[in-house]
Design a protein around this ligand. Structure first.
Ligand code: GTP
Ligand code: MG
Length: 273
């Protein structure tokens, strides 16, 4: 972990802009507050990814909140490529003053250099690929090597470090850890699937009761996670040996269907304002 942080710190010395990728379903929990210390001096573009899975109204409010805090911010859906085209222009805007300063000091104009950062599974590799493939026809895949780093020209006047930086999520409180688990940022092996799915299904039953009833064809919504998972398992026909309901299968199903957006576009945390 310390090593990853050191690599990020070294790479940041080479860039003009930080692109911080967040999960639009958990814009607060998917942040890493070390970034303030590591890159507080650099202009930052916040990319709210997986916006196809998030509540559009809450995404709009989160974007406002980030802009109020002084960041540039955009929502994207990297599967469909939505929002990606705005990124080069937003980055150029962020470096405008710096480039003008360099030029007036007699330096040659150069491309803005960016680094993509984010927690595991948030879409960093997808973003790099989308940025490259959008422009590959126009500019060609032109890797360049500068001080041991690989740069990819992704648009006119825009270069990207070819490897993104991983930031470790902060498991500050149990709720944050649960949100990171249900959205896929924490590996399955390190949490108790049954507990996490139980938390999720109760949250969904409370806030989106119709979606849960409809999805699993339920007659009732018990307030106990175990009972609810049992009804879900029964409804889906997850019956184990001896005729008992396979609760683990029910838990897996709830997690899978949430991650696929089957309960609708759901954001798990609200902005303050
Ligand atoms: N629904 C949806 N899924 C997405 C989107 N972007 C990425 N994904 C999915 O998220 C998963 C992770 O994407 P990656 O680009 O591999 O994430 P990463 O940040 O590079 O992950 P690590 O390399 O593990 O740190 C993939 O399974 C993608 O299918 C999106 O906009 N919407
Ligand atoms: Mg990756």
């Amino acid at each position: 972990m310390a090593k990853a942080k050191r690599i990020v710190k070294e790479s940041l010395k080479l860039v003009d802009v930080v692109i911080e990728v967040l999960d639009a379903r958990i814009p607060a929990s998917s942040r890493n507050h070390d970034l303030k210390e590591l890159a507080g001096h650099l202009p930052r573009l916040i990319v709210l990814n997986k916006s196809d899975l998030a509540d559009p109204e809450l995404t709009r409010r989160w974007l406002e909140e980030f802009k109020k805090a002084g960041f540039s911010a955009v929502a994207v859906d990297l599967i469909r490529g939505r929002g990606v085209r705005e990124i080069p222009a937003l980055v150029r805007q962020l470096v405008k003053a710096k480039m003008a300063r360099l030029e007036s000091a007699g330096r040659r104009p150069r491309a803005a250099r960016c680094m993509i950062l984010g927690i595991p599974n948030v879409g960093k590799s997808y973003l790099i690929n989308k940025l490259i493939s959008r422009n590959v026809a126009k500019t060609g895949y032109k890797p360049g090597v500068t001080r041991g780093q690989q740069w990819i020209r992704v648009a006119d006047n825009l270069e990207l470090l070819d490897t993104p930086g991983i930031l470790w999520p902060k498991l500050e409180d149990p709720e944050t850890a649960l949100r990171l688990a249900v959205t896929g940022a924490i590996k399955e092996e390190v949490f108790n699937l049954y507990d996490v799915a139980g938390w999720l299904i109760l949250l969904l039953a409370k806030n989106y009761p119709e979606a849960v009833i409809e999805r699993y064809k339920l007659q009732a919504l018990p307030e106990d996670a175990g009972e609810l998972l049992e009804l879900i398992g029964k409804s889906r026909g997850f019956i184990g040996t001896g005729g008992t309901v396979d609760l683990l299968k029910a838990a897996q199903n709830v997690m899978k269907e949430f991650r696929e957006g089957k309960f609708g576009q759901i954001t798990l945390e609200q902005p303050k304002n």
